[in-house]
Write a protein that binds this ligand. Structure first.
Ligand SMILES: [Zn+2]
Length: 275
């Protein structure tokens, strides 16, 4: 697959005339089965590779090609000429279409695996007919794939950007602030709350920037820019161990590449500073 691939149309059931041959996004834990060159090729079935998936799901159509996900047993061997790769390693290495489909696939595989039984009454669930849910056979509760919205925000003060590091970051690396949206909270409120909780400052002019699905494990990153309003930086020392204001010509070390929305936000700031 390359980036000139056709549009993906999600669906839970293949049309009767769709060919059975298609792309199979098969996972062993969170590792995707890929060819030696790191891609996913069209297959008639996983069985033709000698693999026995535990569960499969139809994902939708990529142009005329059906796309499926599959969960493989933890001890499934990689067929000759193929290997399992950590999904994170694929980002930036394969086409955006493939990475996005693999990210969709792994979340559907994990939802299917984790919702075989009802979370309320523990009875077995069954696949719903008309949407992507599993229904409890006893109490009827519907279990949908879980999606966790999170905000990510570039706070600017004149020619400076606020960058911070969490204790779990690689040594010396800084990034923009991020955090999960609470139940009952708007994403704009989440931006104000997270910035204030993590570094103790107030912001204004919160503006939507863009979004990115981030399947580690099931986030939807909602990106914003915001302007500094008041306060002094006070890292909370729990989620943030250090934070500061940085000019474009004096940045600290940041994550390399442009694969995540944190990097798109930073590069957007840098490009506006150069303009
Ligand atoms: Zn139930």
């Amino acid at each position: 697959m390359s980036d000139d691939t056709p549009r993906f149309i999600p669906s839970t059931k293949p049309s009767p005339e769709a060919s059975s041959t298609g792309y199979w996004f098969a996972f062993r834990k969170r590792e995707l089965l890929v060819t030696e060159s790191g891609g996913v090729e069209s297959l008639e079935s996983l069985e033709t590779l000698g693999l026995s998936p535990l569960r499969t799901q139809f994902l939708g159509m990529l142009g005329d090609t059906p796309c499926h996900s599959a969960e493989l047993p933890d001890d499934a061997p990689a067929p000759a000429g193929m290997r399992f790769r950590d999904l994170r390693m694929l980002y930036g290495q394969v086409s955006e279409t493939l990475a996005a489909l693999a990210g969709r696939a792994v979340q559907i595989v994990e939802w299917d695996r984790q919702h075989q039984f009802c979370g309320a009454c523990a009875a077995p669930t069954k696949r719903a007919e008309h949407d992507r849910s599993r229904l409890c056979t006893q109490c009827g509760l519907a279990h949908f794939p879980r999606l966790s919205p999170a905000i990510i925000v570039a706070v600017e003060r004149g020619e400076e950007i606020l960058l911070a590091r969490g204790p779990q970051f690689p040594p010396g690396i800084y990034s923009v602030l991020a955090g999960f949206v609470d139940p009952g909270e708007s994403v704009e409120d989440a931006v104000h709350r997270e910035v204030e909780e993590e570094v103790g400052i107030r912001v204004r002019d919160v503006r939507y920037f863009g979004s990115q699905p981030w399947p580690f494990p099931n986030s939807l990153m909602l990106g914003f820019t915001a302007q500094y309003a008041s306060g002094e930086i006070r890292p909370d020392l729990h989620e943030i161990e250090d934070a500061g204001w940085y000019r474009a010509d004096a940045l600290p070390n940041v994550f390399p590449g442009r694969i995540s929305i944190s990097q798109w936000l930073l590069h957007d700031f840098l490009e506006r500073q150069r303009a």
